[in-house]
Write a protein that binds this ligand. Sequence first.
Ligand code: 5GP
Length: 118
Amino acid sequence: MTSADTLFERIIAGEIPSDVVHEDETTFAFRDINPQARVHVLVVPRKRYRNVAELTEADPQLLADVLRSCRRVAEIEGIAESGYRVVFNTNAESGQTVFHVHAHVLGGEQLGLFGRFG
Ligand code: 5GP
């Protein structure tokens, strides 16, 4: 067992179990442990960047890989046509809690509005 340092690196390495939906050479997709919609899948690049801003600057091709993987997840989950939302929480006030960039893929039912707390 390796000792990768962040939660998502440990999930990707299989050290922490997860419900894997899709994986490829550069990305890894698994169900959120606390789903906010019927379908709630996290898509992460295997290589760690802190947030989507860092990823965009450092490796736009990898950002495209993440978005392609989101589309693939939507197809696998059968929500590509009915509709889905892709969210990148970025830094503290957005609610980002895990600082390994990840896209939330949400769908499978009518989604509500989002924005201000309360
Ligand atoms: P953030 O708040 O950083 O945008 O999203 C982090 C997400 O990771 C949350 O939606 C949270 O439920 C999810 N999460 C936290 N710990 C785990 C875990 O151990 N396993 C899985 N599958 N999801 C997790």
